[in-house]
Ligand binder design. Structure first.
Ligand code: FAD
Length: 447
């Protein structure tokens, strides 16, 4: 890669350099990235210089804060890391935060909490605000406040020519629309500004039972979600804990069923709304309590260390008797080699069309199915994928065929995330804004 290392403040690593292999690894170790160079940008000027140099050298640039959403196809490209750009500034009077491209949700929530504010965080505190928001961002609080992408108010970008600008609904409506949900294909974002919300009291946590209780827990989950107010969000998950020594007893090797919940309100009211769970005996664990909103990322205890993860997401059109039977029958013998089979309740503000929406639009489907398995070896990967296919096939009559952009999996296309008219508009914008295809999203809209 013909980048003058002295021309940048950040680190430039080429194959053979000390640290190159490590720097090129994505968080999701199931994805291989044989890139031509890794650049760890320090600021927007570095980003602009990288894009200009790469374009001059005929190389493509993929931006990746950490690679939770990594997908193959980066061979021979420049991998632009934004992980050193992490400044977070909260402007409480405007209820807006400005975050640099590498800042994580955990960092933003902690900074916002100091002002009694919060944002549309997802289940993991370590994913970047930017990668998540560009993909639409499905939050714990989305039923109350909508998709994360629609909370973005401005973006500081470097375009495919290496030119920096600040994009708002007024300054560049087309790019503003495309970046809010269409992914990272249209510009490199160096910072974004997003709306915050007054942080209410938060009640939530996890309840766990042995997997043998799955049918009863599912019945309670359906009862709760049928009438849940928008402040309440509940997820149902079948979990297979690995048999490894580092997993503490009694979880080691356990097949479990869990309900994770958040309620934007007081504990008493939250407990009443979740009362159907009390009818399921034999809970092994119950962490429900009032907690600071900034700690919402701890509820699901998702992995923070890099891992080889295979994901499969499907939006469900219903969770009626037939769908539930199909799911529970497909999982009756256990979910291994999968680690989790999760049903997230959507609806509420996520399902409401809005005039000012970005490309992420809204999600009409009431539930999301998400299946994750670790694949440390190719033969395990084959088994994980086969299990995901079996469960997805059993539920085929209840899936819309669409998936949220941030739940696309390696090997899938961005076309699966958008209605036809949205995809056509995104493709047209991509062709016009980046005719040489210098910038590459993890899920390119032309792919
Ligand atoms: C454990 C776990 C939990 C998750 N929970 C949720 C959840 O609750 N809700 C949800 O919606 N998603 C969730 N996700 C998915 C996550 O939001 C995506 O993986 C997302 O891509 C953010 O990950 P990242 O910050 O590592 O970005 P990366 O994977 O590093 O980047 C993803 C893509 O975003 C684009 N991008 C990122 N930064 C920029 C930039 N500065 N400029 C231009 N393009 C950019 C690029 O196209 C890049 O390839 C979860 C993922 C994991 C692994």
């Amino acid at each position: 890669m013909t980048i003058d290392k002295k021309a940048l403040k950040g680190r430039v690593l080429s194959p053979g350099d000390d640290g190159f292999e490590q720097a090129a690894l994505p968080w999701n170790r199931a994805v291989r990235q044989r890139v031509a160079a890794v650049v760890e940008a320090e600021d927007a000027a570095d980003v602009a210089a990288v894009v200009r140099r790469a374009a001059a050298a005929g190389l493509r640039v993929t931006t990746q804060p950490s690679g939770h959403g990594a997908a193959t196809g980066l061979d021979g490209e420049v991998l632009l890391r934004t992980s050193r750009m992490r400044a977070v500034e909260v402007r409480p009077a405007e209820r807006v935060a400005r975050v640099e491209a590498g800042a994580s949700w955990g960092e933003l929530l902690a900074a916002a909490a100091k002002h009694g504010l919060t944002g549309l965080a997802g289940s993991s505190p370590i994913v970047s605000v930017t990668g998540y928001s560009l993909g639409g961002g499905l939050s714990w609080f989305g039923r109350a406040w909508g998709l994360g992408g629609n909370a973005v108010r401005a973006l500081e970008v470097v375009d495919a020519e290496g030119v920096a600008s600040r994009v708002t609904a007024d300054s560049d409506p087309e790019l503003f629309w495309a970046l809010r949900g269409g992914g990272g294909d249209f510009a490199v974002v160096t910072a974004l500004e997003l709306e915050l919300f007054p942080a209410p009291r938060l009640y939530g946590g996890r309840v766990m039972w042995p997997a043998a209780r799955a049918a009863e827990v599912m019945a309670a989950f359906r009862e709760i979600t049928a009438t849940a107010p928008e402040e309440l969000t509940v997820w149902f998950t079948l979990v297979q804990f690995p048999p490894f020594p580092e997993v503490p007893e009694p979880l080691r090797g356990l097949a479990a069923v869990v309900v994770d919940a958040t309620f934007l309100g007081a504990a008493d009211a939250g407990r009443v709304l979740l009362r159907p769970l009390e009818s399921v005996p034999g809970a092994l664990l119950d962490t429900r309590d009032e907690l600071p909103v900034a700690e919402v990322g701890g509820i699901c205890a998702e992995p923070t260390e890099p891992m080889p993860a295979l994901l499969r997401g499907e939006l469900l059109t219903d969770l009626g008797d037939d769908a539930v039977s199909a799911l529970l029958e497909a999982a009756a013998e256990g979910i291994a080699p999968l680690a989790t089979v999760q049903v997230r309740h959507l609806g509420g503000a996520l399902a409401r069309p809005r005039q000012d929406a970005g490309a992420c639009g809204h999600l009409a489907e009431p539930y999301l199915l998400s299946m994750i398995g670790a694949a440390p070896a190719p033969e395990v990967a084959t088994a994980v994928t086969a299990r995901q296919d079996t469960i997805a096939a059993a539920l085929a009559a209840h899936t819309s065929g669409l998936k949220p952009f941030t739940f696309l999996a390696d090997g899938e296309s961005a076309a699966a995330a958008f209605p036809a008219d949205t995809l056509a508009r995104l493709r047209e914008i991509k062709r016009r804004r980046d005719p040489r295809g210098i910038l590459r999203s993890n899920y390119p809209v032309l792919g």
